[in-house]
Design a protein. Sequence first.
Length: 393
Amino acid sequence: MASESAFDDREFQQIRETVAAAGADAACTALVEIFSEKKCYHELFDTRLLQTRQRLGLPIAGNSDLEDIPEPQRSEVEEGYLAACREVGKMLLDDGEIRAAWMYLRPAGETELMRAALERIEPDEANTEAIVEAALYEGLHIERGFRLVLEHYGTCNAITTYESALHGRKPEEQQLVAGMLVEWLHKELLENLSAELESDDRPPSEAEGIRNLVAGKEEMFGEYTTHIDTSHLSSVVRFARIVEDKSQLALALDLTEYGARLHKNLQQEHDPPFSDYYANHRLFFAAQIGRDVDQAVEHFRTEAEKSEVEVETTMAVEVYIVLLARIGRHREAIEAAATLIPPDIQTTGFAPPLAELARAAGDYHRHLEVCRERGDLLGFALGEMEANRQASS
């Protein structure tokens, strides 16, 4: 809001004379000019609402609840409110007032306008936090917001942000950010390794992966030697489980090649099916890009079958289902979901539901059988509908 010193006596006198000589409409027009010139945007917004009420013959003092205003005036008041939101929001955006602009543009549904602005605004010390808040936490431009977190606040903050800000968001948004973290950490580790190896007879190539850089160099992996924060490494490898992009999976696989070489003192015990953390993740990622597929399937099948889902989590089973689905074995994934996860067991949500697996397989036969066995009439009906839709398309 404007401070007491924002307006001088001439402006107060101007409004008094305008009201007396030309009435409320003219006074509102004068207020709009004054507030626009002095960038008093909140007052400008209130003035636009006042103009709407004045035009519709509503009391200009006070704000009646919309429910108390009869149609068609109610709709016109709403339209005036949204128009004022757009006008003031755009003006604030032009002035770089990101938080305030979104406060007005959000009720007007101007997400694309805000997203476009976030793409073009150059971050600086004054606005970076606000850009991140709108882009990432408000979900307006996840990639832009998280990129700024990486570049301005570093890996540790980015990992914390991923676990807090991305929790519960759409799978594709989580995959996007997890992939960005994989790329970022891989680049960081590769640079650190390359710097250490610069004194070697053959300088490392930029295109050379981590696996090739460290091959045959056991001396680089001492009892207390690491080239990156190991907690960052283990976290990013865990996040990479949801990644499906083949190029990012190859980078995640490369990270496990490094992790598997770390001294045992730098590796912690983990729960199945990733007990041997980096070696098991290496299998999981490699199979998805066509390497050691049978070995990976056998390992994760064994872990899934011996998992006691009634007393443990369903993670081992879900990882097996996800692996089968990602390598195109959808019918096997359906069978695993049907036989290894009892109907009354709560899953972690990592594996896709049975109906989604059936859709990917293009075969609802087993899905319908399971729904019958479990008394799931709604699931059965949805399966029949989907099967019929696929048959007719």
